[in-house]
Design a protein around this ligand. Structure first.
Ligand code: MRU
Length: 375
């Protein structure tokens, strides 16, 4: 997508230095546009853990490039395999919920095992990293094409009046390599001249909605309004939301959806008010091994200081303030699971399906664990 008229992806190799990975440091947005460099596996793991990069698709793409850096590091060590597996473990331990992370690491391990020499392994790792990133961008572009019709239909029913879409967290291009999942149909509709307006959940504690989604929608010229997290139900009761589109970090093969904490409450409110609730995802976010989201999807718990403090921009620069009594403790659950019965449909790179095993498997009969990347 474009930033100040220039096309950016969220991750790429440095020009003239393919041993360096560059990313947009998302901690600085929307106040500053900072490009960070990742040169080692340790730095890649820290970038994922500390959320310079975040969002399921981008975490997966970063893990793909990190395994390429791991192959480079391993080629300078005395035991290639041991170094590689150490890196894989380190990366997988960074964030537990988004399945894209483990998928990329496992795919890289599989591909590297097939290459005979360290040089061939490095080449295979680089090729796979680029393939994961390209696939992510292309899948999101197609999600836009498949979700577009839903928005066009609502627009037609409203005689062209703005279609109000509520979204939670950031499932935009910043959460992927390009386009985004939940935002892809919105960008596609907006680009075609369909009138859309987005209700942007603030998404405490890290405020990915007000910081990231609002920024990227604004850069693209999409009308939007930031709302406090608890506002969605009220808006739905008053007919002010035509549809909800969210992303997901992991969706079971039966259609249970893990996404940023608070998604479940939006799904409940949507059900109660007859508002369609869609989840947009590339197939890389399906976990084909899990059947029950509530009991099986690991939910990340992060540092409670993310709840106890808020940060923002002040005339003198970035500032952080405590927003609760000094001695109060806090809990910081990163994700929740929305049961399939609350999901109207899934928007994928292959089209729409229902949130149930039969419908999902009929759209993806060929996938066992590595999505559409050829074995
Ligand atoms: O904690 P984050 O910012 O990585 O969480 C991101 C989300 O929950 C997104 O909605 C999710 O990744 C789905 S879109 C990739």
């Amino acid at each position: 997508m474009k930033v100040n008229g220039r096309h950016f992806r969220t991750i790429w190799l440095k020009e003239n230095d393919p041993r360096v990975v560059q990313v947009i440091d998302q901690r600085a947005l929307p106040h500053r546009f900072v490009i960070a460099e990742i040169k080692t596996v340790k730095q890649a793991a820290a970038a994922i853990r500390d959320m310079l990069v975040r969002g399921a698709g981008l975490i997966g793409a970063t893990a793909g490039y990190a395994m390429y850096l791991a192959a480079l590091e391993a080629s300078r060590s005395t035991d290639f395999e041991a170094k590689l597996f150490q890196a894989a473990g380190e990366l997988k331990a960074t964030r537990p919920t988004a399945v894209n992370l483990a998928r990329s690491v496992d795919l890289q391990l599989k591909r590297l095992a097939l290459a005979p020499t360290p040089e061939a392994k490095i080449a295979a790792a680089l090729g796979t990293a680029m393939q994961i990133a390209d696939e992510d961008a292309e899948f999101c572009r197609r999600i836009g094409e498949h979700g577009l019709g839903l928005i066009q239909r609502l627009s037609k029913n409203k005689n062209g009046a703005p279609v109000h879409i509520l979204t939670h967290c950031n499932a935009g291009w910043l959460a992927f390599v390009d386009y985004g999942s939940a935002t892809a149909p919105i960008y596609a509709a907006h680009d075609l001249g369909v009138s859309v307006h987005v209700w942007v959940d603030e998404t405490r504690p890290r405020s990915q909605g007000s910081k990231l989604t609002a920024w990227e929608l604004g850069e693209h010229g999409v009308p939007h309004t930031i709302i406090a997290d608890n506002t969605g139900g009220h808006l739905m009761q008053h007919g002010m939301v035509d549809m909800v589109i969210v992303g997901t970090d992991r969706t079971t093969c039966t259609g249970d959806v893990a996404n940023k904490i608070g998604t479940y409450l939006k799904a409940l409110a949507a059900k109660d008010n007859g508002v369609p609730f869609y989840v947009a995802l590339p197939s890389s976010s399906f976990d084909w091994k899990l059947r029950d989201g509530l009991s099986e999807i690991p939910i990340e718990e992060r540092d409670s200081d993310e709840v106890r403090f808020a940060d923002g921009w002040h005339d003198d620069g970035h500032t952080e303030v405590r927003v609760c009594p000094e001695k109060s403790s806090a809990a910081n659950y990163g994700f929740d699971v929305t049961p399939r019965r609350l999901v109207t449909g899934l928007i994928t790179e292959r089209g729409l399906c229902e949130a149930n095993e039969e419908s999902i498997r009929s759209l993806f009969p060929d996938l066992a664990g590595f999505a559409a990347i050829a074995e």
